[in-house]
Ligand binder design. Structure first.
Ligand SMILES: [Zn+2]
Ligand SMILES: [Zn+2]
Length: 172
């Protein structure tokens, strides 16, 4: 994915809608299964010698729920926010800044693949869930509790329950 570097003297603002195959971004190699192409919406504003780029990347991937182990579609979305400096002079201080890049003065495009890839990887959930209230699998018999019930008795490990049970026994 690329942004065209229009080196005009005029300032401008434009909207970009880019689509890319996940393979091109090297993301399938990370073991992620994509359902859709990767879409980038970006607003690019040229102000003097800078291109101010803001927008987002979105796509959908197949993931395995960490509770019930079912495969589900997980929508991903990440913000993109960066500046491309067109001056051709690399300022050491600024090059340390996150999201501040210096365009090669001889090139007519700025490559954003690495930024898009990073956005997607950071937006992957650490604990994938098919739904917020997924009931998961029974730890004893393995029944998917979203689909059916089982009759396993789950041991309470909370000691307060044992105390309560003791009290109830005394009463009866
Ligand atoms: Zn689940
Ligand atoms: Zn069970």
């Amino acid at each position: 994915m690329k942004i065209e570097l229009k080196r005009t003297s005029e300032d401008f603002s434009q909207k970009l809608n880019l689509k890319e195959n996940p393979e091109t971004l090297g993301l399938e190699a990370e073991g992620i299964i994509f359902e859709e192409p990767i879409e980038v919406e970006l607003s690019v504003t040229k102000s003097q010698d800078q291109l101010i780029c803001r927008g987002r990347v979105k796509t959908s991937v197949k993931m395995e729920c960490s509770r019930c182990l079912a495969e589900y579609d997980q929508g991903l979305s990440a913000h993109l926010d960066f500046v491309v400096d067109l001056t051709g002079n690399v300022d050491e201080m600024r090059s340390e800044e996150d999201g501040y890049f210096f365009a090669d003065p001889t090139s007519t495009f700025f490559e954003i693949n690495a930024l898009v890839r990073e956005g997607i990887i950071l937006s992957l959930p650490l604990k994938p869930l098919c739904s917020e209230d997924c009931k998961g699998l029974c730890p004893i018999c393995g029944t998917d509790l979203n689909k059916s019930r089982c009759s396993c008795v789950k041991e309470r490990t909370d000691p307060r329950w044992d105390q309560l049970k003791g009290l109830l026994k005394k009463k009866s």
